[in-house]
Design a protein around this ligand. Structure first.
Ligand SMILES: [Mg+2]
Ligand SMILES: [Zn+2]
Length: 175
């Protein structure tokens, strides 16, 4: 079985834009050092897998080509083994949109991942709920939408100011 670090995108790998989306490569502003941090996790034997809700296409705010261009920039900078996007609108009630665990369960099946030996790093309660539902330990990173861990629910396994600190927690946990 493999271990994975699941990563949310906005607010974890790139700057969270309140009420907006990264619709073009120029709007995807990567946070400092994320490529090297993710590489460090890969070097420690983790699959690095993006788990992201992206309803911008369904909302008509961006095209599939825009999303592909944004994703190409992300992949050029950050060594990800796999990417899962939920493209659906909230109202479509699909099985993949976080807080549902669909993308995590699909990734586990497709990459033979031991979910309890894996970690999800995210910045919102929605991420934490998806992780909780899939039985994946959750690290709350305060680089995005959530600025204060007080009252955050479900309770995270750890809280980190930055992705670098979250990765350190993951790497310490292994030993
Ligand atoms: Mg986020
Ligand atoms: Zn979906």
């Amino acid at each position: 079985m493999n271990r994975a670090v699941f990563l949310d995108r906005d607010g974890v790998l790139n700057v969270y834009l309140p009420g907006d989306y990264a619709k073009t490569p120029d709007e995807l502003l990567l946070l400092p050092g994320v490529g090297a941090i993710v590489q460090k996790l890969r070097a420690a034997g983790y699959l690095t897998i993006l788990i992201s809700n992206q309803q911008g296409v369904a909302k008509g705010l961006m095209t599939q080509a825009d999303l592909a261009a944004v994703t190409a920039k992300l992949r050029a900078e950050v060594p990800l083994d796999a990417l899962y996007y939920c493209p659906h609108l909230k109202d479509e009630h699909c099985a993949c949109r976080k807080p549902k665990p669909g993308m995590l369960l699909q990734a586990a099946q497709e990459h033979a991942i031991d979910l309890s030996a894996s970690v999800f790093i995210g910045d919102t309660p929605t991420d934490a709920q998806a992780a909780h539902a899939a039985g994946v330990p959750f690290v709350l990173v305060l680089s995005g939408q959530t600025k204060d861990a007080a009252g955050f629910s479900p309770t995270p396994n750890a809280v980190a100011d930055t992705l670098a600190a979250a990765a350190e927690w993951v790497l310490r946990r292994v030993q």
